[in-house]
Design a protein around this ligand. Structure first.
Ligand SMILES: Nc1nc2c(ncn2[C@@H]2O[C@H](COP(=O)(O)OP(=O)(O)O)[C@@H](O)[C@H]2O)c(=O)[nH]1
Ligand SMILES: [Mg+2]
Length: 252
């Protein structure tokens, strides 16, 4: 009945409860000739349950680098231009599955090479890429889908996509601002104002902080956090500065 390929529920009590009791409940329902279809639908929905955290930030602020860093080897494509990229949904799965989801509900399998090289001919703007992968870091969070959103610079269209396609399905948004930018840019500012209306939680990451002395990177972090709190009316769930491991020795 339950799909053994799906990660075992471990975090959400309601989901664990459904899975633990489903077989017995269905057996009893069949025995007493109840319609089992609604319960089967709930169990299937529950086994597929995942929450998304879209990564939002300017083109080249370090979204893809961050996600690649948590994989055993880099797999996500580094976009050459903001216009060519599609949202990439990254999550744990026991066996690797790389798919191009077309807006018309069809899917096309991708090779690793096609993924890294962004080979998705005839893609339309509402398509998306799914990267299901057996990465140890992701296995600890089987319900989590991290979404590498296309760059922000193309403005309104990407802004609308992040809201329309992801607002209802997202647990929180992860906002990335690089130390180079130094502050919340106008497009991100507007996006945050929209999140504020929907009362969405958010995380704040200051990327590439190796490019400045740590005190300066922390000053950028404080400044951007203050800006974000003003727009959102709430503090971020977390606010940290990050950098690529090879670019600055961690300060202990
Ligand atoms: N110095 C430094 N460069 C970084 C860091 N993270 C990313 N980069 C570089 O910034 C560029 C854009 O990164 P990318 O992850 O493709 O940005 P994205 O457009 O937000 O996905 C690449 O050349 C990365 O190597 C970092 O922590 N430090
Ligand atoms: Mg990218």
């Amino acid at each position: 009945m339950l799909d053994d390929n799906n990660p075992k529920p471990s975090i959400f009590p309601r989901q664990t409860q459904i899975h633990e009791h489903a077989d017995e409940l269905l057996r009893l329902m069949e025995q007493h000739e109840f319609d089992t279809k609604p319960v089967i639908a709930i169990v299937e929905q529950s086994s597929r349950f995942r929450v998304r955290v879209p990564l939002i930030g300017a083109f080249s602020c370090g979204k893809t680098t961050l996600l690649n860093a948590i994989l055993p080897e880099p797999l996500l494509p580094a976009a050459v231009t903001p216009e060519t990229s599609l949202p990439v949904e990254l999550h744990y799965f026991a066996s690797e599955n790389l798919l191009h989801h077309k807006a018309n509900d069809t899917t096309r399998p991708l090779s690793r090479e096609a993924l890294v090289n962004q080979e998705w001919p005839e893609a339309t703007p509402n398509d998306w890429i799914e990267v299901a992968i057996d990465a140890p870091t992701l296995a600890a969070f089987p319900h989590l889908v991290l979404v590498d959103m296309p760059g922000w610079d193309s403005g309104i269209a990407q802004h609308a996509k992040a809201i329309d396609q992801y607002l209802d399905r997202s647990l929180a948004y992860c906002l990335l601002v690089s130390v180079d930018e130094g502050s919340l840019q106008e497009t991100l500012h507007r996006f945050l104002a929209e999140l504020a209306i929907h009362n969405k939680p958010y995380l704040l990451l200051i990327t590439k902080s190796d490019k400045k002395p740590q005190a300066d990177a922390l000053a950028v972090l404080d400044h951007v956090r203050d800006q974000a709190v003003k727009v959102m009316g709430q503090a971020p769930l977390a606010a940290i500065e990050i950098f690529r491991k090879d670019t600055r020795a961690p300060i202990l």
